[in-house]
Design a protein around this ligand. Structure first.
Ligand SMILES: [Zn+2]
Length: 377
């Protein structure tokens, strides 16, 4: 870790020690789960999207596209079987989050992750907002009827035994496909995300209740989540733990921002040490048996890629759209960052400018709710 990042981590810890009643709101993303072996969807080279992009999917994010799912559910079943909760253990950073709870310093965790590792780390549900949903509940994509976790899981198990099985989880009322309540591109985020964020914003307006907001392991490219750091009231201290400076920290940096440029697990170690929590952290590491080896992600991803490759060769037809042209069109469609649909964007600043000067005349009706995509080449 660079010296200035160590200093920044110490500064953050000092701030927390000087204000013992002050709580913390964490805004977290895939970066806190990569050391658990869960692929970061958006990292170039190692990310899941990068691996998917080698395949014959019309575009990599299609696996999280509701229209694509309706037509071809199988790639999502394959991904779901890789990402399904229970396969992975929490990271050291997840355990640090648990220590914030145990030491009564946790106000909230807003997570973009669908891996439920916050829960597995032992954090109480009242503190967690799963902004992009989770596997815990399912619904029919047609009539919206709610189904329990087991319904999808049962079919996923069948799929795992026989990937050629076309007996997908279907609604007993309308025969629509059942899918976990993971927010796909073009779908609404859970209402709780907005209502809780509004009430957390209110706590920032009073000095006595003002939290510190710490953003960790996210590229801040998926909206509306990426707007949260921008919403943070000016007197509230923001911190960023990330390998690179991203989002609003880059576009509109504030003098009081604390920037810790490193991976989240290393940051967890130093923050725990500075707060005097090292022993507690080590106990949790032992409890969760994290001392063992970490699964080899590359190997696992390669096997997913191969499997998806097999599936798409069978399924795919000549209608597959040119990903480059879709990508260009979608980039134009992410003008409104404030609408509560899941969208992906390059970076708020750059795209806002691009979009303002761009008056699209192309026919884009079909893809209005689709995400914009990063060009990773
Ligand atoms: Zn239904």
């Amino acid at each position: 870790m660079k010296n200035n990042s160590i200093e920044a981590a110490k500064k953050l810890a000092k701030l927390l020690q000087e204000n013992p009643k002050q709580k913390v709101i964490f805004l977290v993303g895939a970066g806190i789960s990569t050391s658990c072996g869960i692929p970061d969807f958006r990292s170039p080279e190692t990310g899941l999207y990068h691996n998917l992009s080698k395949l014959n999917l019309p575009y990599a994010e299609a696996v999280f596209d509701i229209d694509f799912f309706e037509e071809k559910p199988r790639p999502f079943y394959l991904l779901a079987s890789e990402l399904y909760p229970g396969k992975f253990k929490p990271s050291r950073f997840h355990l640090l989050l648990k220590l914030f709870q145990d030491n009564k310093r946790l106000q909230r965790i807003y997570t973009q992750n669908i891996d439920t590792l916050e829960r597995q780390a032992g954090i109480s549900q009242e503190y967690i907002i799963e902004a992009h949903g989770s596997f815990a509940e399912n619904h029919c994509i047609n009539c919206k009827k709610i189904f329990k976790m087991d319904v999808f899981k049962e079919h996923l198990n069948k799929y795992q035994k026989d990937p050629s099985d076309k007996n997908f989880a279907r609604c007993n009322s309308c025969n629509g496909l059942i899918k976990p309540n993971i927010v796909f591109f073009g779908e609404d985020l859970p209402k709780k995300f907005f209502t809780t964020w509004d009430s957390d914003l209110e706590t920032m307006s009073e000095k006595e209740t003002r939290p510190i907001v710490i953003v960790v392991g996210t590229s801040l490219t998926v909206y509306p989540f990426a707007n949260l750091p921008t919403d943070v009231q000016k007197d509230t201290t923001r911190a960023l733990i990330s390998r690179e400076i991203v989002g609003d920290f880059k576009v509109s940096p504030r003098k009081t921002d604390i920037i810790i440029e490193t991976n989240s697990d290393d940051a967890a170690d130093i923050i725990a040490r500075e707060l005097g929590w090292s022993k507690q952290l080590n106990n949790l590491i032992k409890e969760h048996d994290l001392l063992g080896t970490i699964p080899d992600v590359t190997e696992e991803l390669e096997s997913i890629s191969k499997d998806i490759g097999k599936l798409t060769i069978k399924d795919d037809d000549s209608k597959a759209t040119d990903p480059n042209s879709i990508s260009k069109e979608l980039d134009k469609l992410t003008i409104k960052n404030d609408i509560p649909k899941l969208k992906e964007n390059k970076s708020s600043g750059e795209n806002k400018k691009e979009n303002k000067s761009d008056t699209s005349t192309e026919d884009t009706t079909k893809d209005k709710n689709k995400p914009s995509k990063n060009d990773r080449t």
